[in-house]
Design a binder for this molecule. Structure first.
Ligand SMILES: NC(=O)c1ccc[n+]([C@@H]2O[C@H](COP(=O)([O-])OP(=O)(O)OC[C@H]3O[C@@H](n4cnc5c(N)ncnc54)[C@H](O)[C@@H]3O)[C@@H](O)[C@H]2O)c1
Ligand SMILES: [Zn+2]
Length: 356
């Protein structure tokens, strides 16, 4: 599988990727090496990493608790202190082994420790492989607000190796798959058509597609690294999806919605908005609804739920000078950015989602 050159990072694939990483770490002659894991990746991923790169036997292991709730400054402080007391200096390097939480937070810790040390990302979830691995966004949450603190800086190298997916829970695979479907909807109709042929989402059936998703995201990021224009297309489904995700976090009696599950709903809602505002064909919007429902089922929303979600959206609006602009679709594979949406359409979008 072809190596991809990102802005500065090189993205290498499959087992050859770990070989390349091994060669690079040896040749760079770092003063010391650290590997950051969470409790899950320490158990499921670290043994294979150590077996594949014997040179890392000399590395020191840094640990953090798994989960988004640990993607905050206290974890960083702990890790900065660990690095410091274990003798890390500016010539040290950090290898992040984990999902998006580990690569985002580990990247931020590396960027800030002694004004920046080299870091390497080995994404171990589907979401981190197809999304968080590309584009150099590092960062942490501030209270309940996601990704408020961070830096855009590319790692030295990203290793995308689908072997990690064999231990990833099915719901996490499904969550990452939503971002792949999004890549098709915003950039590549043929890719969308291929993905919806899949019957079941297993690592073996998804592996052939991961590289293409990385290529698509990388093409967008290369053209607009700082999200001035084109990069916004990656937010398709995310404006309403984030409001839904945040709302469910405040509702402990409801089932937990993973990020991909929330944006899957967002993509259906925004497909409806696209039929009204950007000329998406109604049959295409129905096909999008049908496919997402096939993979993700249907979540029920009461009128009170919808009102609360739309309030969260208004709150977002206040934070961005009264405007929340959407990414919508003109057709599958062909997005439009910066579209203002009249409030009265949101309720109708939920009607469209809930319709059989
Ligand atoms: N930087 C970016 O551009 C970007 C893009 C998208 C998302 N993100 C961030 O990524 C985060 C979400 O990432 P995620 O979905 O990977 O979540 P995550 O890192 O929390 O991983 C999900 C769960 O899977 C476990 N896990 C990881 N790899 C495993 C494996 N191989 N086998 C078994 N269990 C494993 C983790 O310990 C965790 O419990 C969010 O914080 C989001 O903001 C960043
Ligand atoms: Zn996303």
């Amino acid at each position: 599988m072809q190596t991809i050159n990102s802005n500065t990072a090189t993205i290498v694939f499959n087992s050859k990727g770990l070989e390349t990483l091994s060669e690079t770490l040896i040749s760079k002659n770092y003063a010391s090496l650290f590997v950051l894991v969470d409790d899950q990746t320490e158990q499921f991923c670290l043994p294979l990493l150590m077996e594949s790169i014997p040179f890392l036997a000399a590395a020191q292991i840094l640990r953090m608790e798994s989960g988004e709730e640990n993607k905050h400054i206290q974890t960083c402080i702990q890790l900065w202190e660990d690095l410091s007391t274990r003798g890390a200096d500016r010539k040290s390097a950090l290898v992040n082994l984990g999902g998006g939480v580990v690569t985002d937070l580990g990247g931020f810790v590396a960027c800030t420790f002694k004004r920046g040390i080299d870091f390497y990302n080995i994404p171990t979830t589907l979401l981190a492989m197809v999304d968080a691995s590309v584009g150099g966004k590092t960062g942490i949450d501030l209270g309940a607000l996601k990704n408020q603190i961070g830096i855009i800086r590319e790692p030295e190298m990203v290793v995308v190796d689908p072997r990690w997916l064999t231990t990833l829970p099915a719901v996490e695979i499904r969550s990452g798959f939503a971002e792949m479907l999004k890549h098709g909807l915003i950039a590549d109709r043929e890719y969308w058509e291929q993905l919806i042929q899949l019957d079941e989402l297993q690592s073996a059936s998804l592996t052939p597609f991961i590289h293409h998703s990385v290529v698509l995201k990388n093409e967008v990021v290369l053209q607009d690294p700082t999200e001035k224009g084109l990069r916004k297309i990656l937010n398709y489904g995310h404006t309403l999806g984030h409001a839904i995700e945040s709302y469910f976090l405040t509702q402990p009696d409801k089932t937990r919605l993973l990020h991909g599950e929330a944006i899957a709903i967002g993509m259906i809602l925004e497909a409806y908005l696209s039929t009204v505002l950007t000329g998406l064909d109604v049959d295409a919007a129905r096909a999008i609804r049908e496919q997402f429902k096939r993979f993700y089922g249907v979540i029920s929303f009461s009128t009170a739920d919808i009102t609360a979600i739309l309030e969260l959206l208004q709150h977002d609006k206040k934070n961005s000078h009264g405007k929340v602009n959407f990414v919508l679709l003109k057709s599958i594979g062909n997005p439009a950015i910066d579209i203002a949406v009249p409030n009265e359409l949101f309720k109708k979008a939920f009607d469209f989602y809930l319709a059989p």
